[in-house]
Write a protein that binds this ligand. Sequence first.
Ligand SMILES: *Cc1c(COP(=O)(O)O)cnc(C)c1O
Length: 357
Amino acid sequence: MIYPEDSIYTSTLEVDLPAIRNNFKVMSDFAAPEVKKLAVIKANGYGLGAVEIARYLDEADCFAVANIGEALELRKSGISKEILVFSSPLPETISLFEKYSITPVISSKEQLALLSKDLPFHIQFDTGMRRFGVLPEQIDAFLNELTRLELSPSGLLTHFANSGDPNDESVYEQLKLFKEICAFFPDTCVRHCANSGAIAFYPETHLDMIRIGVSLYGFQPGETALPDLKTTARWKSKIIHTKPVKKGEGIGYSWTFKAPENGFIGLLPIGYADGLKRELGNQIQARIGDDYLPVVGRVTMDYTTVFSLTPITLGEEVELIGDGENSVYAMAAATRTIPYEIITTIGERRVKRTYRF
Ligand SMILES: *Cc1c(COP(=O)(O)O)cnc(C)c1O
């Protein structure tokens, strides 16, 4: 439901925190109890709300975000656990890492010069992702620089390019290389490389810590089902206008849908400005009660239309994202993308996040 105080919002994303807790446990249970558990809450907790998730998820040993701004938001909201920032620190941001005790992830020997002696830091190695990370051939020079500066890392990491599904040879190759690299460092370093896919499908990657990302939010990382994950978010809105339409009448811009029979349209106050992709017009279903109605015509900036053969009730709740025909997977398939992109692009200005505790 849309609460009275939230009625200024056109829609709500209802986040089920106990479901997130369930998913944290499902992913944690793949690993041994002594393996540390990091919750990845970058991009505002994959769109669901990083602060609320961090406050709720006592089980997490630490958190990771993509950039320093996201880390500061957590610190300023009272989150005191360790926070890793995946993007490398810059000369202009390093003082914030120090001031707020945020753990930087270092990807080059030049970045080492930014660090003070007391700030814990992790080093990322590029074992095949070819994005961040020190390359294997740069390690000698990197180690020399570490010695020269008398710095010692608290953690070591790498990231897999192809871990979303089982049996990818490259995961084993990346892991082997990573372990060879780790051998140059003290045993006290926390070694970690497993994202959701690696956690579920490659137990040998768990090492000292796992990084639980997309599956925390209820999604399988690739094509392989993870049946115990629970749905964590429902995108709801309501019918703000309805009217009869006659057989053959075109609906919305360019009349991309023509009523197949006499029926009714319902208007939802959600559009592509809220992250409902324009190409989803005539592609997905929205749930009203027990029925799924087709989303018809163009998705426009602020409005979207559903069609029904029977009358639609003004004010009725519509679930645009749920766990049936209206799943994130259906939306991702219709736009040839992945669940990650669907959930992280749900608008943050007009879509109110609400939480079930
Ligand atoms: C995003 C990210 C993760 C989490 O990946 P999922 O596939 O969402 O589990 C883990 N590690 C790094 C470095 C990341 O950037």
